[in-house]
Write a protein that binds this ligand. Structure first.
Ligand code: GLC
Length: 735
């Protein structure tokens, strides 16, 4: 449709039709096998709302969605097609590593490819929009949704969020195999107090702007078609009713002109927060904030007409949202073809096809992080007599909790991959992932560990006997997939006790242990690193997890992942980040530790910091060399740094060279360092490489004391290395 045709369409719509467009209902209101009356009554809407709603979420399948669209258009007064949206967070049928793991790849091109493959699969299944990328900055491993983020660094998050948007959307939304991206959750949902889900967020505006907003901005500047509001309050104002955040910051400063959707029931929750007297007030606040779609409540549907009649809001405000929704549908080409890419044959062809599996395996390999490898226990040799124990040896649910469109039967387990490599090995589950008798709740089904204490004890004994005479023992343990994701905050972030008991008992008979650690968050793994010689973090690795793990354990691939989020020494340290603000009383080794910023019982440093990851080889770094030590801001100059990196080990490998800058003084306190650049370099054994990095005045800018954005003259330090503790440094001055 042309702009003029869209304008004419909007002008011809009744108020009721417009209010229908800003309503989003879940798929069960349209699924062929459910009577609509029940859900309608529960939600407080009538069947007219179902006939006029503008979009549907959380249902997929080419056949089903084509049928729903066809039925819907039969009674749609202006033939305005439905939008179909869903959470395609790390893949649709082919599942890639969870985003926190993808963050460890430091590979924007790979993230873009994974998003494109996910788009292709879900578009063929009839979907038009994904509620992804989630780019909430995260520093608190107690919060279960850290698994959906790419981590604790604003710069890395911004680059990867933009990559995901490009992968989903391409250059033209109407193009085959492309879907619209919806960036979430705006804003700062990743900083809930005490790490507790749905809790309040207390941030200074400096921290909000410096740390939490940049990655949303990068995704929006990459062209994200939609943004989703966050559940949390900011400065005691719920985001979904925060006019300053949504109109001034999101639409004004960031220039976002797409569709803004609430999170699930977040408009009604303005009333439940006590931020509105009633649902009518909640609807008015959200419209004032410019929220275009009400996800799964009747608040807009039941109140906007009367608010308009009473003159509390203007119909133009509703028109503004409806216009953006019509524009999005038009950009997707739905007025020309309301079924877009929905195609049963293609849906089947793409699902876990070889090309997608190959990419999933590559992504998994690049996301694994080798945290420890004492005595070079890894890689395993073909001749090693290896015993495989632990509840993850045969576990198929290694996809992460947002993978409910996938089928775990498509996953490759560690055992399947190991057997393909070497027949006749010994595999013993030993115990459950969950404690005996415990149930973990998923979105679509629950998982229960029905093993009794006696059965668990017998299993552990069996594992111990199997491990006793082995050359090496691979112990595959970790959190359950459903122990991270939405609604899964944990105050104790250790591996479940049963599994730690298994590890302890195996260690008692054999200390040549490799732990393969499955998790959706950084865990407190002091006990694990004390008993294992090698620890490989595989996160929730996705469909090809088992293949990628076994290939890496045997050295067919080499670890290159770098932590996207710090592993704390203990949960008492969180929230935790490498780019923290300096304290005036840092602890100084060998000096009195009383009146300095420290804990009496644990160190300040994490167990493993952001950017950290070992390889099967080693790398050496020279000192960074600068072509000049003074940057004149008025001349729009760049400084050029260069460092020589060498592969000093005996296997080819990839290293992520990381560049950090510290502003030594400012009108506000500046972080001890900030990631400003990184490069992945592949080196043969003995090979050296000169890596260069351009420093610009723009990367030195920040929100100053008066909240203006810019750089300040003074001294800076540049660090380069293989993780955020890099100490090879150079000094320069900005004048
Ligand atoms: C959930 C999540 C959000 C998701 C939405 C739709 O509550 O907070 O991330 O996209 O509902 O499933």
């Amino acid at each position: 449709m042309t702009r003029e045709q869209l304008q004419a369409l909007l002008a011809d719509m009744t108020l009721e039709e417009k209010i229908g467009q800003v309503l989003q209902l879940s798929g069960d209101f349209y699924a062929s096998n459910t009577a609509v009356t029940g859900p309608c009554e529960e939600l407080g809407i009538d069947e007219r709302a179902v006939k006029l709603a503008g979009s549907v979420l959380s249902i997929s399948g080419a056949k089903e969605l084509r049928q729903i669209q066809e039925n819907y258009l039969k009674t749609q007064p202006h033939q305005i097609p439905l939008l179909f949206m869903a959470d395609i967070i790390n893949g649709y049928r082919t599942v890639f590593p969870i985003p926190l793991a993808q963050g460890c790849t430091f590979d924007p091109k790979l993230v873009e490819e994974c998003a494109y493959m996910a788009a292709r699969e879900s578009a063929a299944a009839g979907l038009h929009v994904t509620f992804s990328p989630m780019t909430d900055l995260v520093r608190d491993a107690r919060w279960g949704r850290v698994m959906e983020s790419t981590g604790e660094d604003p710069y890395l998050n911004g680059i990867l969020a933009a990559s995901a948007v490009k992968g989903y959307q391409g250059k033209d939304l109407s193009e085959k195999g492309r879907i619209a991206a919806c960036v979430k959750h705006f804003a700062a949902y990743g900083a809930p107090m005490a790490g507790r889900e749905y809790n309040h967020v207390e941030l200074s505006e400096h921290s909000l702007r410096e740390d939490y907003l940049p990655s949303y901005r990068e995704a929006i500047h990459a062209g994200a078609a939609m943004v989703m509001t966050s559940f949390n309050t900011l400065d005691r104002i719920p985001s979904t009713g925060n006019k300053w955040l949504m109109q001034e910051v999101l639409r004004g400063e960031m220039g976002f002109d797409g569709v803004l959707i609430s999170d699930w029931a977040a408009i009604r929750e303005l009333f439940l927060y006590g931020a509105a007297e009633d649902e009518s007030g909640a609807a008015a606040q959200a419209i004032e904030a410019g929220v275009d779609i009400d996800m799964m409540t009747s608040t807009y549907w039941n109140n906007l007409a009367k608010l308009t009649e009473d003159g509390i809001i203007k119909e133009e405000q509703i028109d503004a949202g409806v216009w953006r929704i019509l524009e999005l549908k038009n950009k997707l080409g739905l007025f020309d073809n309301p079924y877009k890419d929905a195609d049963e044959a293609e849906e089947s062809d793409y699902a876990v096809c070889k090309q997608h599996r190959d990419l999933a395996r590559k992504a998994a390999e690049e996301s694994f992080v080798l945290l420890q490898n004492k005595e070079q226990l890894l890689p395993l040799c073909e001749s090693d007599e290896v015993v495989w124990v632990g509840p993850y040896v045969e576990e198929r649910n290694i996809l992460g909790s947002w993978s409910f469109f996938a089928d775990t039967k498509d996953s490759v387990t560690i055992k399947e991959a190991a057997e393909r490599r070497k027949a006749g090995q010994i595999y013993v589950q030993g115990c459950g992932i969950l404690e005996p008798g415990v149930t973990a709740k998923g979105f679509r089904y629950d998982v229960h560990n029905s093993m009794t204490m006696q059965e668990t004890e017998a299993g552990i004994q069996q594992a111990v006997e199997a491990a006793r005479h082995a050359k090496k023992v691979v112990v595959a343990i970790g959190e359950h997939s459903f122990m991270s994701g939405e609604g899964t905050s944990r105050a104790d972030i250790t591996v479940p006790d049963t599994q730690l008991e298994l590890l302890r008992r195996v260690h008692a008979v054999n200390d040549n242990i490799v732990v393969v650690l499955f998790c959706g968050r950084p865990l407190d793994i002091r006990f694990v690193t004390a008993l294992a010689k090698s620890v490989l973090v595989v996160w929730m690795p996705g469909t090809e997890g088992g293949s990628a793990i076994v290939d890496m354990l045997y050295g067919k691939t080499v670890p290159s992942g770098k932590l996207s989020m710090s592993f704390p020494y203990a949960v008492g340290q969180v929230p935790l980040c490498y780019n923290a603000l300096p304290v005036a009383r840092p602890p100084v080794p060998q000096e009195d530790l009383r009146f300095v910023s420290h804990y009496m019982d644990i160190p300040n440093e994490p167990l493993f910091p952001f950017g950290y990851g070992l390889s099967y080889t080693t790398f050496s770094y020279g000192m960074p060399q600068l072509d000049c030590e003074v940057m004149h801001r008025d001349n729009n100059e760049e400084l050029h740094a260069c460092v020589t990196v060498q592969n000093t080990g005996n296997c080819a490998a990839t290293e992520t060279v990381q560049w950090y800058i510290r502003d030594m003084a400012g009108s506000v306190v500046r972080p001890v360092r900030e990631l400003k650049g990184f490069q992945r370099i592949a080196l043969q054994p003995g090979e050296t490489c000169d890596v260069s990095f351009a420093i610009t005045e723009e990367m030195l800018r920040f929100y100053k004391r008066d909240m203006t954005y810019g750089s300040e003259s003074g001294k800076f330090e540049l660090y380069v290395g293989g993780d955020s503790r890099a100490d090879h440094k150079a000094v320069f001055t900005l004048i």
